[in-house]
Design a protein around this ligand. Structure first.
Ligand code: OAD
Length: 247
């Protein structure tokens, strides 16, 4: 699992780093029982889940898109953060930038999580633009309505939409300043998030990918750890904490 990685230097780097960044995707929540987008289980009622995460799908069929998101809320509510979420939350000085909307990093105790693709737990009005916390009681009628009469949509980013104001600039800054970047559980196919490891590496960071499968990014990282996040991340944390400080 840690072949070619067990060097003192690698672990000392992790231990000594004050600017450590984790970039996470759907794979980190797989062991919490939440389906990834592109893997097996990424279908919803026979359709690719990613097809429902588009403004076009919402325009054509808002009820179906809402049913999909209500189901995702239900599953995320019932899921628990796993050992990988918890290890990141316990790692001193580590910042999390995630593409996930499930809120599991926050529930594991990570603070200042930068959620590039928004949150499952927010609604936004398509007329007045007001954002509110999601109403936990299932709406009687879909799509739900804003107080202004407009149609509400989930407060997440869909394909072709801009990321929340400032979020990408902040993620870019964190990537440039990072000494070590852990890229965990993402296929690295969706931009602009997928560009962040390259931004970090060009600025001198050491980039480690953790994923059971090779991805679009694997050929451009400094180390690739093949395996599930729930096993690798806690073990990495444990070994880094025990490593001698870099001389
Ligand atoms: P994907 O579904 O594209 O990729 C999930 C990745 O997780 C794959 O590379 C898997 O190999 C990996 N994986 C699976 N199980 C894992 C485990 N136990 N530990 C670690 N990795 C594991 O998900 P994302 O890359 O997050 O965007 O997808 C990016 C974006 O595309 C999502 O945020 C979403 C989607 O459409 C929007 O909705 C805008």
């Amino acid at each position: 699992m840690f072949d070619g990685f067990n060097s003192d230097e690698a672990l000392s780097r992790l231990r000594g780093s004050r600017r450590l960044l984790a970039l996470t995707g759907a794979g980190i929540s797989a062991e919490s029982g939440l389906a990834t987008f592109r893997g097996a289980g990424g279908l919803w009622e026979g359709r690719p889940a990613a097809d429902l995460a588009t403004p076009e799908a919402f325009r054509d069929d808002p009820r179906t898109v809402w049913r999909f998101y209500l189901e995702r809320r239900r599953r995320a509510r019932e899921a628990e953060p796993n050992a990988a979420h918890r290890a990141l939350a316990a790692w001193p000085g580590l910042r999390v930038v995630t593409q996930n909307v499930d809120g599991l990093h926050e529930r594991a105790g990570s603070r200042d999580v930068l959620a590039l693709h928004g949150s499952l737990w927010r609604d936004r009005c398509t007329s007045c633009g007001r954002e509110t916390d999601a109403d936990e009681g299932a709406p009687v009628e879909l799509p739900p309505r804003c107080a202004c009469g407009g149609t509400l949509r989930p407060g997440v980013v869909w394909f072709g939409e801009a990321l929340p104001a400032g979020a990408l600039a902040e993620a870019d800054r964190l990537a440039r300043e990072a000494e070590v970047v852990l890229v965990i559980g993402t296929s690295s196919l969706v931009y602009p998030a997928a560009a962040l490891p390259d931004v970090a590496r060009a600025a001198g960071a050491w980039v480690v990918e953790i994923n059971p499968e090779r991805t679009a990014l694997t050929s451009r990282v400094d180390a690739y750890l093949a395996g599930p996040a729930g096993e690798i991340v806690p073990e990495l944390h444990r070994r880094a904490a025990a490593a001698p400080p870099m001389s």
